[in-house]
Design a protein around this ligand. Structure first.
Ligand SMILES: O=C(O)C1=C[C@@H](OP(=O)(O)O)[C@@H](O)[C@H](O)C1
Ligand SMILES: C=C(OP(=O)(O)O)C(=O)O
Length: 437
């Protein structure tokens, strides 16, 4: 934890256009699929941040070759696929706090086999991975906990897939199912592989991203609702040639909320109607709060339309962008309730607890439950020093508390450890300052 901070003065109005950084979820999936595939893949507009840096470094340690080309319009990463055979049979991999890196890589290395260790920042060692390891080991892999059972760090040894059916719990994180789906073609060499989902599957739109990208790498998945997925044998990931990374829809939420709170219009470029990310549905939640939203194929714009209306809704489908709704709730005309968000408790920090603590600092009345948060705005926001818990989304969310809304003015906020935004959006505060002028 550093002692750096950033002071934000109150902002009477926001307006402008923001070009979004690449999607974290799409970037890390494409990197692994490219590495596992046959042929060269050119990835355009990959996100440059801590979460993709740990994935790129891990691939290099595993012997996967990639280069970065800077062009006039952006960057292109060229990855040489290894067709499922990793050059380096042993490696020690640092995964930071990137769920989208450690979970799929654990599955890939467990299925391929070798001698690998995976570890991360202290919080990573508190984030569950047991449901994934259980599914893999029951199928014949050899993954061992070297710290606490159920959590990284992990030691992956040689194993062998001995079954045609795997079961995975879907109610703690969808990333476990994503991980199994991504490596299913490696398991389905001689026979089909079926993955059964046990328990309610959360964060479903992220599975849609996974399926969409697997398809773009030439593999077919047969889907039986959300209950099971089958991969026929003999399918190998094929390079799509060039693949483009959309802007990050979760990162878009901060700017759209800013436009919704403090006038706008604010337009984000890089995601729109054509997006494969579930978090574009954040715009629909803002619409429910009375915000005027317009959308093109590749952009979304938000404009305030009078005071924000309080909202009471299920946010299981957009857990990351939902944090931004909790901040927008500070400016609403009554109490807002965000339901079905239990996964917040096992992310970068316990986000329900962190959000409740910091919202209270700016004056809100907050009730938290195991899987919900209820926010009643104060008469006026109070200036506060905001702790960010090494959670990029806490830092980005609370920058919005400096905005003046239609019903109440914002407060000067000091954001502690602002660099935690490096996880997914290193330039966040520069982009925020531009619309705040
Ligand atoms: O698969 C993904 O890219 C993600 C899935 C979600 O996690 P859960 O499935 O754990 O909710 C989300 O919160 C995370 O930021 C990214
Ligand atoms: C939950 C998040 O990250 P991760 O990919 O590490 O799960 C997030 O970015 O909000």
């Amino acid at each position: 934890m550093t002692h750096e901070y950033l002071d934000l003065q109150t902002v009477p109005h926001v307006q402008g256009v923001v070009r979004l950084p690449g999607s974290k979820s799409i970037s890390n999936r494409i990197l692994l699929l490219a590495a596992l595939s046959q042929g060269q893949v050119a990835i355009v507009d990959l996100l440059a941040s801590d979460d993709t840096a740990v994935m790129l470094a891990a691939l290099r340690s595993l012997g996967v070759q990639w280069t970065e080309e800077k062009t006039a319009t952006g960057t292109i990463h060229h990855v040489t696929g290894v067709a499922g055979v990793l050059p380096n049979k042993s490696a020690d991999l640092f995964m930071g706090n990137a769920g989208t890196a450690i979970r799929p890589l654990t599955a890939a290395l467990a299925v391929i086999g070798g001698d690998y260790t995976l570890h991360g920042v202290p919080r990573m060692h508190e984030r569950p991975i047991g449901d994934l390891v259980d599914a893999l080991n029951a199928a014949g892999t050899n993954v061992v906990y070297t710290g606490n059972p159920g959590f990284p760090p992990l030691h992956i040894k040689q194993g062998k897939i001995t079954t045609e059916r795997l079961s995975v719990r879907g109610d703690v994180s969808s990333q476990f199912l994503t991980a199994l789906l991504m490596v299913a073609p490696l398991m389905a060499k001689e026979h089909a592989i079926t993955i059964d989902v046990v328990g309610e599957l959360i964060s479903k739109p992220y599975i849609e991203i996974t399926l969409n990208l697997i398809r773009r790498f030439g593999v077919k998945v047969e889907q039986n609702g959300w209950a099971s997925f089958t991969i026929q044998p003999g399918q190998v990931y094929q390079s799509p040639g060039t693949i483009h990374v959309e802007g990050d829809a979760s990162s878009a939420s901060y700017f759209l909320a800013a436009g919704a709170i403090a006038g706008g219009p604010v337009r984000v470029e890089g995601v729109g109607k054509d997006s494969i990310q579930g978090d574009v549905r954040f715009a629909a939640a803002l619409e429910q709060m009375g915000v005027q939203i317009t959308m093109g194929d590749n952009w979304i714009e938000a404009r305030a339309n009078g005071p924000l209306k309080a909202i009471d809704a299920d946010f299981n489908h957009i857990p990351d962008a939902a944090m931004t709704i909790a901040i927008a709730a500070l400016y609403a005309d009554g109490t807002s309730t965000l339901r079905n968000i239990a996964s917040w408790r096992v992310k970068e920090t316990d986000r329900i607890a962190a959000m409740a603590t910091e919202l209270r600092k700016v004056g809100a009345t907050v009730e938290e439950g195991p899987d919900y948060i209820k926010v009643t705005p104060p008469a006026a926001l109070t200036p506060a020093t905001i702790d960010t818990y090494d959670d990029h989304r806490m830092a980005m969310c609370f920058s919005l508390a400096s905005l003046d809304g239609a019903l109440r003015k914002g407060a000067a906020v000091r954001i502690n450890d602002p660099k935690c935004v490096n996880k997914t959006f290193p330039d966040y505060f520069t982009a925020f300052a531009k619309i705040a002028q």
